[in-house]
Design a binder for this molecule. Structure first.
Ligand code: UT7
Length: 331
């Protein structure tokens, strides 16, 4: 087959059990529901408890996506798990593969923070377009509550946990219409979760770094400025590559970081607010999970319908950012 196309044919999501609202947060740090709601649009977030893992959330989201796409785990050729918070630093994708019983699938983790889902979508598409694989499962999942400093009001109010997944399949017509991906490591210190080394002398003359990771560090103002400037640009580039104009977009699906960022990007692109998908009010910023989680909710609410054109954009740590334009081809 020449000119193999890519279709996104199913979505699923999984939300952890615990819920923490702004009022409860104000008992932990000096903040208020008023401050959090007006500055971010977030009113509550779901958090993984000690019985839930990245693997369990990712598996649950995947099963729902496979069911919607009407394929079984045994049909999957490749699993990509976009995450920054694996259960195992060596990678969690193989555990998900095993839990699903996806016997023939090869599985690996991919890290691009809050851009992970968009970067993963483009990566998955390359394997399909090259004719190597037909059915790819892409998961975006994060448990940032593990790495948040619960005493830092500048960050702990923003994040939540969750997982979302989509199925990509080879198809005759190509529904992945255009994309653009970018990175800029010079601004890495605006948002990171750095390794904190401690010297350990193992033998005379041989000292290595051992340690753990520091909690999330963020310069909110800088990241806000970056997002509002770079996201409209990258969407415009992806639209140019897709050869479609902005008015043809049915839905703007941004990484769910802050309602003010969603509004500012939509306004710069002249996209009316009724085309903007938003669910961050209930979940906060779930990093790599936020785009597939919002997509899945919109699909299951029958907001997004087969044939709709979606402009999705992720942005965050790295710094990384990217956009992908696709036509939804699920239910
Ligand atoms: O996945 C991508 C990740 N990150 C983002 O997209 C984050 C982008 N940035 C943002 O969303 C916003 O910058 C924030 C929501 C993080 C902060 O909003 P802001 O309007 O930029 O507030 P600010 O950082 O300028 O802080 C204003 C004030 C400060 O007090 P002073 O210095 O003016 O007295 C902060 O100390 O608000 C204070 N503040 C808080 N007050 C109550 C900061 N956090 C809180 C809080 N509760 N949780």
């Amino acid at each position: 087959m020449t000119n193999i196309g890519v279709s996104i044919t199913g979505s699923g999501s999984a939300i952890p059990k615990l819920s923490l609202d702004n009022q409860q947060l104000s008992q932990i740090v000096e903040t208020s529901d008023e401050w959090i709601s007006s500055r971010t649009g977030i009113t509550k977030r779901q958090l993984a408890d000690t019985t839930e893992s990245l693997c369990s959330l990712a598996t649950q989201a995947s099963l729902a996506a496979l069911d919607q796409a009407n394929i079984t785990p045994k049909d999957i050729d490749l699993i990509i798990l976009a995450t920054s918070t694996p259960d195992d630093l060596f990678g969690t994708a193989s555990q998900v593969q095993w839990e699903l019983g996806a016997e023939k699938a090869v599985a690996f983790d991919m890290t691009a923070a809050c851009s992970g889902f968009v970067f993963g979508l483009v990566t998955a598409a390359q394997f399909i377009r090259s004719g190597v694989y037909q059915n790819v499962l892409l998961i975006g999942a994060d448990i940032l509550s593990r790495w948040v400093d619960w005493e830092d009001r500048r960050t702990c109010v923003l994040f939540g946990d969750g997982a979302g997944a989509v199925v990509l399949q080879a198809s005759e017509s190509d529904r992945l219409l255009g994309f653009e991906l970018r990175s800029n490591g010079s601004q890495n210190d605006c948002l990171n979760l750095p390794f904190q080394p401690q010297e350990k002398k193992i033998i005379e003359g041989v000292t290595v770094s051992q340690g753990t990771y520091q909690p999330i560090i963020m310069n909110g103002k800088e990241v806000y400025r970056f997002a509002v400037q770079k996201v409209p640009e990258v969407i415009e580039k992806a639209l140019f590559k897709a050869n479609i104009s902005v008015d043809k977009i049915d839905w703007l699906l941004l990484h769910q970081a802050n309602q003010r960022i969603l509004d500012a990007v939509a306004s710069r692109l002249n996209i009316p607010s009724e085309k903007v998908i938003s669910n961050l009010q209930n979940y906060g910023n779930t990093s790599a999970a936020s785009i597939p989680l919002a997509l899945d909710e919109a699909v299951r609410k029958n907001q997004v319908k087969s044939g709709d054109i979606i402009a999705a954009s992720g942005f965050g740590a790295g710094l990384t950012w990217g956009a992908v334009i696709f036509e939804w081809n699920g239910i």
